[in-house]
Design a protein around this ligand. Structure first.
Ligand code: AMP
Length: 422
């Protein structure tokens, strides 16, 4: 079944076309047929960049399409994807027109307490998503735009599925998700920890299980999703026990531009000192803090490492804080879980940054973690790799994430009435 996976931001649309079914899921043999990105949707110079994985004798053969054009909204953007499928020069195995897409899966950020699993989208689901906008004002409106654009382009006969970043964390116990504030704020306004990156953490748990031949119940790992945003999840008996992001993605680790954990009274202090509104200060915590704020250089770990090589003390400090906080959370989750079998690194920093992985894992021998520095250095991009010694009691893995694959599989399972892979 050809699934169109959509990830819509306020001015962007990312897509993949993935061919999957029960056999392919069982054999881990799903196929990515095409992918693309449209940026600056809503502007005169939206940028389209599409790529198909051409079925040919030459396995490296690809078909790349890049243009800039005016695009008013997400519906126009999605129509460009369909126009591209129709082009004679576009070769995607089994997909050349709109009806070759059998279902659509939407990455949907906030499912609140309502959506504990992926769901078939209908009017009631859209109403509930609209209701959740106040919980995710930056993300859910864009996800709703994506659903409406897909309905406008595909009509109502192509099923659409919502897959929620928060759903994997719906298993957190109440003692883990509550904040220490008056209880009525939870009952009246649903203020609690929700957690994000759930689809990625679920994928990591699934791959770990597949590698180890373990059951869901036997899966006890700490999953480190370290990208521009970052979160750590304690996965006990295959379920999310706790995670570092909270009511919003601002809580927890030091991130590219987000502060992570902070004493809330600092907000009031900055507001008074700098004569700023609460919105301005929250914006600073989201967009101008974290690695960017500390280093003054960049939110990108590659730039930080260049800065460190030049002896830039604030770049050094940014990496120190970054690694320290990750390590601190690993320690607290090991205690909360009564031990872990593995620590798994994923996402942009987790998959690529040798130094960060080394620093996070060093000096943990007392826990039975024997890090393999050479395996870490030799880790090949895009490959699942063990980077602890074979004798290590706690194993350390690099597992490249694949959220789109989870979206496609969930979509297939929902529309074909198959049970969803946990
Ligand atoms: P993501 O949000 O998962 O796409 O991750 C993006 C982030 O990954 C970037 O902002 C960088 O900080 C980091 N990153 C990507 N490639 C590398 C690399 N080769 N070395 C270190 N960090 C990297």
């Amino acid at each position: 079944m050809n699934i169109l996976v959509l990830n819509c931001g306020s001015s962007s649309l990312k897509f993949q076309i993935i061919d999957t079914d029960s056999d392919k899921i069982r054999n881990n043999d799903d196929r990515e047929l095409a992918k693309g990105l449209i940026e600056k949707v809503g502007s005169q110079d939206a940028m389209l960049s599409f790529k198909s994985t051409v079925k040919s004798d030459d396995p490296t053969s690809t078909n790349i399409y890049k243009i800039t054009k005016p695009l008013a909204d997400h519906t126009e953007a999605l129509n460009c994807v369909i126009d591209w499928l129709n082009l004679p020069s576009t070769t995607i195995e089994g997909v050349s027109k709109l009806s070759d897409i059998h279902a659509i899966g939407h990455r949907t950020v906030h499912g609140a307490e309502h959506f504990k699993n992926s769901v078939l989208i209908n009017e009631d689901v859209i109403k509930e998503l609209e209701h959740n906008v106040e919980l995710a004002p930056l993300h859910n409106p864009a996800n709703i735009l994506g659903i409406k654009a897909a309905t406008a382009v595909f009509g109502t006969n192509t099923p659409q599925v919502g897959i929620f970043d928060t759903a994997f964390h719906s298993t957190m116990p109440q003692y883990a998700y509550m904040y220490g504030i008056p209880y009525e704020y939870y009952t009246n306004y649903k203020i609690r920890k929700y957690g994000f990156h759930g689809t990625s953490h679920r994928y990591i748990a699934m791959r770990y299980r597949a590698m180890q031949g373990k059951t869901v119940e036997e899966t006890n790992i700490i999953s480190l999703h370290l990208g521009n945003g970052g979160s750590i999840t304690a996965i006990k008996n295959g379920k999310s026990l706790d995670t570092t992001m909270g009511f919003t993605p601002l809580e927890g680790l030091l991130m590219g531009t987000r502060s992570g954990d902070i004493d809330p009274t600092i907000l009031e202090f900055i507001m008074k000192k700098e004569h700023k509104s609460i919105e301005e200060v929250v914006n600073i915590l989201n967009k101008r803090s974290g690695i960017l704020g500390i280093s003054g250089i960049s939110n990108d770990m590659r730039d930080i490492e260049d800065g460190i090589a030049e002896g830039n003390t604030r770049a050094i400090l940014a990496q120190d804080i970054y690694c320290y906080r990750i390590k601190k959370y690993i320690g607290s989750y090991i205690a909360a879980m009564n031990g872990t079998d593995a620590i798994c690194f994923t996402a942009g920093v987790g998959e690529n940054d040798i130094t960060v992985r080394q620093r996070v894992c060093e000096d943990l021998e007392f826990l039975g973690l024997e890090f393999d520095a050479e395996a870490n250095r030799n880790c090949i991009r895009g490959e699942e790799t063990l980077i602890s010694k074979p004798s290590s009691r706690i194993k350390v893995y690099v597992i490249p994430t694949n959220e789109e694959l989870m979206l496609a599989r969930d979509t297939y399972c929902i529309v074909s009435n198959n049970p969803i892979t946990e």
